[in-house]
Design a protein around this ligand. Structure first.
Ligand code: BEZ
Length: 159
């Protein structure tokens, strides 16, 4: 599992744009920037939609006021699903939605979550991290079923 002080591996996400899905590299997201990244098992799932994502949306201004350039969310879903989730959650244009459709990033950082038995295939664990110029500064991996340890309020206290 990735740890504090490690550099994120090079990876390529997909983002939804007005022209359709486009690649977005880890360099484009993280180089030279202070980024809060959080991850969850799936777009539109209850805890993710009702708790984890809204927490970051509702605390976005407070997080940005601490010098964070970007708040981004990643999940193992395709860019069409992530784009639809951004719109329906009123996060479009506020939070970056990074589709990790084949779980390459989640697995590269050792935070994949196998939900095959639940019919969901390979997913991502729920976590949040503060990343400065590509290097992990804080890491909160959720151990239980909630979204507190990796939630926006925990992150606000760490920036
Ligand atoms: C959730 O509510 O976040 C969730 C539901 C099913 C599987 C994984 C996550």
């Amino acid at each position: 599992m990735i740890k504090i002080g490690d550099r994120l591996p090079n990876s390529t996400f997909t983002v939804m744009t007005s022209e359709g899905p486009k690649p977005r590299t880890t360099d484009e997201v993280f180089a030279g920037k202070k980024v809060v990244l959080f991850a969850l098992p799936g777009a539109f799932t209850p805890t993710c939609s009702n708790n984890h994502l809204p927490g970051f949306r509702d605390n976005l201004d407070a997080i940005k006021a601490k010098g964070v350039d970007t708040v981004a969310v990643t999940a193992v879903n395709d860019a069409f699903v992530m784009g639809a989730w951004a719109k329906s959650s009123d996060c479009d244009g506020k939070i970056e939605f990074l589709a990790d459709g084949s779980a390459k990033f989640a697995q590269a950082i050792g935070l994949g979550l196998d939900l095959t038995e639940r019919g969901m295939g390979m997913r991502s664990r729920r976590y949040s991290m503060l990343v400065e110029d590509g290097v992990v500064k804080t890491l909160n991996v959720e151990e239980g079923t909630g979204a507190e340890a990796s939630g926006a309020l925990t992150m606000l206290g760490q920036i």
